[in-house]
Design a protein around this ligand. Structure first.
Ligand code: NAP
Length: 526
């Protein structure tokens, strides 16, 4: 049996005890095992901090950016192998695997390009000097310094490749060593990628470590100046927030959690208009890509009351053409990640359906080349309620699969209030050709959403998609979405830096931007 070792303190180490088993979600075949029991996590963190951190900090931003470019090159050379692993372990069709694998390569390359342009001395200065005292001469200059701890990166099962590299790229570019912990169910792909990068000898010793298997003890190994970046469920995030390393020692935490995202059809968009068609296309895409297992997927659809029926029919007609089953066959949708996830989605769907109409449901239709008793394949479902104010569960329940709920709104204020009932979401998309409505919607939802995605006629074909997370744009959301921020270009580096106010004589603070390289030896005057 294939065991996924961990890469810690510069060595591949196997866990002890009974491993967790990774399965093919379509055939049920056991693919690999993983256990982190018995790993010396305190030593792993110390090695990353001391050896990896020192080596990374000795390089400039541009030099570290060049390392990212090399990592992307190594991974690109093994792309076909990663697709095969995704097919077997995640049960995804090629297009869905691309979102994860090619998304990871794109993000790495993006940070390699952006980082190449960072000039060290300029980057370290945060703003310009300011005076503090009445008398001129005494002032403050804020500086940014890469954190000297380790960044623990904990990821969800749905993006084993992208989840790893979208976090690791800004960390490594900042000069911060990382320990990645992929979700166990799909850890094989992250393991293979790290194995290839380590084997290629691209990164300095200790810069990149990997823990495969359970999470027990991970947070205990962190120290106050370390970082923790998490993606996963709100329940797990709560456990992290209350762990003494975070709650007592002040480890900085970034959390990306679940989100009940929405799509909003503008009041101007008549059935058949480009905006109407764009919304229908996008809803169907979000329900089918990765079988709806995207944190950014559309869960709620808000449309003008008059068009509720027309939207339901248009979405249903498109959903009816989707084929579901074994991703090795010619299908549009593969599997959910596991049978356990299939059960969890079925239970969530039943909770939502209790107060909704079933507008489209083909779950009983035959699967293509897959046994419904074994495979975690699920056809998409469209629910609907004409009473969006009277059914709180639709605004609070994230069913992490191919399920969305259609709802009518009375007017713009009502639509915005409904979107905000998600209590903080990653993204809302707006389909309209009314520029004022688009702008007002963006401002009405900006404080409760990480991203507003506007689709109008000019970009109906070229926009990057409601659910696609681009490294140029902020990813994250307030409230129940976790309150975190990732990506957004070089803004991502902020999490891996500390801001410090340096006060002193302004003429001496002048030396700060001129410094470069390691500190020299300072002799003590005898
Ligand atoms: P999860 O059960 O919360 O697990 C996420 C990660 O946390 C896994 O690596 C898991 O390891 C680890 N973990 C579990 N308990 C832990 C603990 N006590 N201490 C430290 N780590 C712990 O989430 P999931 O089921 O993998 O992912 C689905 C959820 O993630 C959905 O709710 C989805 O919305 C959310 N998600 C959010 C985003 C975003 O960017 N906002 C992106 C993707 C997914 P094991 O696998 O070993 O248990």
């Amino acid at each position: 049996m294939h065991m996924l070792d961990s890469y810690v303190h510069g060595a591949w180490v196997g866990g002890t005890g009974e491993p967790a088993w990774l399965k093919d979600p379509v055939t049920g075949e056991t693919l690999a095992g993983a256990s982190s029991a018995g790993l010396d996590l305190a030593r792993a963190c110390a090695y990353a901090r001391d050896t990896g951190g020192a080596a990374l900090r000795a390089l400039s931003y541009a030099e570290r950016a060049a390392l990212l470019a090399r990592v992307a090159e190594v991974l690109t050379g093994q792309r076909d192998k990663y697709y095969e692993i995704a097919l077997r372990n995640s049960g995804t069709v090629k297009n869905d695997s691309a979102v994860d694998i090619d998304g990871a390569l794109y993000t790495l390359s993006y940070y390699a390009r952006q980082g190449a342009r960072i000039e060290d001395r300029a980057w370290r200065m945060d703003g310009t000097p300011d005076t503090l005292a009445k008398e001129p001469g005494f002032g403050v200059q804020h500086v940014l310094a890469p954190v000297r701890g380790v960044a623990m990166l904990i990821n969800a099962f749905n993006f084993p490749a992208w989840g790893l590299w979208e976090k690791a790229a800004p960390a490594l570019l900042s000069g911060v060593p990382v320990i990645a912990k992929p979700a166990t169910a799909t850890a094989w792909l992250a393991h293979e990628m790290v194995r290839d990068v380590i084997a290629a000898g691209v990164l300095p010793d200790g810069a990149l470590s990997l823990v495969c298997g359970g999470s027990a003890g991970l947070l205990d190994a962190l120290q106050p100046l370390d970082l923790l970046s998490f993606t996963g469920s709100a329940d797990t995030a709560m456990q992290l927030r209350t762990h003494p390393s975070v709650a007592r020692d002040g480890v900085r935490l970034n959390a990306e959690t679940d989100s009940v995202n929405s799509a909003l059809l503008g009041p101007d968009a008549l059935p058949g208009s480009p905006a109407f068609e764009a919304l229908v296309r996008e809803v169907v895409r979000e329900l089918s890509v990765k079988s709806g297992q995207k944190c950014t997927a559309i869960r709620r659809i808000f449309v003008p009351q008059a068009h509720y029926e027309a939207v339901a029919q248009a979405i249903g007609a498109r959903l009816a053409t989707l084929t579901v089953g074994n991703p090795r066959a010619d299908v549009r949708m593969g599997a959910l990640v596991s049978r356990a996830q299939y059960e969890s989605v079925s239970a969530g769907l039943a909770r939502l359906a209790a107060g909704c109409d079933m507008l489209h449901d083909r779950r009983q239709a035959p699967l293509v080349d897959a046994d419904p008793a074994i495979a975690a394949c699920m056809a998409p479902t469209l629910l609907g309620t004409r009473d969006p104010d009277g059914h709180p569960a639709v605004h609070h329940t994230e069913v992490f699969g191919p399920v969305a709920t259609l709802m009518p709104y009375r007017d713009a204020d009502h639509a915005w209030a409904l979107a905000r009932r998600g209590q903080g979401s990653l993204v809302a998309s707006v389909y309209t050709d009314d520029t004022r409505f688009l702008a007002h919607t963006a401002l009405a939802l900006a404080d409760s959403h990480g991203r507003i995605h506007g689709v109008s006629a000019e970009v109906a074909k070229s926009h990057t998609g409601h659910g696609n997370v681009m490294p140029q744009s902020l990813h994250g959301g307030p409230g129940r979405a976790g309150g975190g921020e990732e990506l957004g270009g070089l803004r991502a580096l902020a999490f891996y830096h500390r801001r410090c106010a340096v006060q002193g004589a302004l003429q001496r603070l002048d030396a700060l931007p001129r410094l470069h390289g390691p500190a020299p030896a300072f002799e003590t005057v005898p």
